[in-house]
Design a protein around this ligand. Structure first.
Ligand SMILES: C[S@@+](CC[C@H](N)C(=O)[O-])C[C@H]1O[C@@H](n2cnc3c(N)ncnc32)[C@H](O)[C@@H]1O
Length: 271
């Protein structure tokens, strides 16, 4: 990893990247992301030493990535003149997976140390810009060209922001562009409240700062914003079709617990 040190919440990119790397080694992967495998090897050369089957519980994060990819592809097919704001991008290789046409301008944003790692691990490309900033310091928005449709993707980011910051972000993006799609995932209030006991978050010294029982209500934050729909995650047909049997069994059992099926929700809005 050289001199670049990930601290606090930045380390949260690692389990998601690992899940994508392991998925790529399944005979019939969900995402099939070779970049994830290469980047994970650079981040932690021994990442696959531990038992493979248990680590694949993270496949649900791969399902989430696929849902975001599918929505993004379909938006960009309709709006090939769009600008993409991929916020809290981590080491995710979405721009390479989607490989948008040259008419799309894509921005990947995360903290400086994460962006430094991206520069080391992932290749540059045309019409693709890295922004090293906290997403909450909205001056980064001034660097984005206006007057075009926007696609905002925030995968695995919103729970780490306060509700006030999420609201300022959504309102500022809607105000800045004539039309667009906003897609992100949120956690339920109970999952936010209990996150302080989550062993992974504790290990990183990170915490969730918001949760929503009905994320569709966030459309009320701006008169031009409309809720569109939700993609399944913990009970996703893709997960149930493609995950190894032990992982499917675990999710079937977990989904019987109240609130578990919708502990994380992947949602899409338009304006
Ligand atoms: C769980 S990881 C998800 C990474 C990536 N979206 C993915 O799904 O693989 C959370 C990411 O959000 C970033 N992040 C958290 N808070 C942020 C903030 N205020 N500004 C910019 N990035 C932030 C972290 O650095 C990390 O890369």
């Amino acid at each position: 990893m050289g001199d670049t040190e990930l601290v606090g919440v930045q380390q949260a990119l690692s389990p998601v990247l690992k899940a994508k790397a392991l998925d790529n080694r399944l005979p019939d992967p969900i995402l099939g992301d070779e970049y994830a495998e290469q980047a994970m090897r650079r981040l932690d050369p021994g990442y696959d030493k531990r038992r493979f089957g248990t680590s694949q519980m993270g496949l649900v994060a791969v399902v989430r990535a696929k849902a975001h990819d599918d929505w993004a592809r379909s938006f960009l097919t309709d709006r090939p003149d769009a600008v993409v704001l991929h916020l809290g991008c981590g080491l995710d290789a979405r721009v390479y997976r989607i490989d948008p046409p040259a008419t799309v301008d894509w921005y990947d944003l995360d903290y400086r140390s994460v962006i430094d790692l991206r520069r080391q691990f992932l290749p540059p490309r045309e019409h693709y810009t890295l922004i090293d900033s906290s997403v909450t310091d909205l001056t980064w928005l001034e660097r984005i060209p206006r007057g075009r449709p926007v696609l905002m993707i925030a995968e695995g980011l919103v729970p780490y922001l306060t509700e006030t910051d999420v609201r300022r972000l959504l309102v500022s993006v809607v105000d800045a562009f004539p039309a667009g799609q906003i897609q992100f995932d949120t956690v339920a209030v109970w999952a936010w409240r209990t996150s302080k006991w989550d062993p992974t978050l504790r290990k990183y010294g990170a915490q969730f700062h918001c949760g929503f029982n009905d994320p569709a209500e966030l459309a009320d934050w701006h008169p031009r914003l409309e809720y569109v729909d939700e993609a399944p995650m913990n009970d996703s047909p893709v997960l149930m079709a493609k995950a190894p049997a032990n992982v499917r069994r675990m999710y079937r059992i977990m989904n019987l617990l109240p609130g578990m099926k919708r502990s994380t929700r992947i949602v899409r809005f338009r304006f």
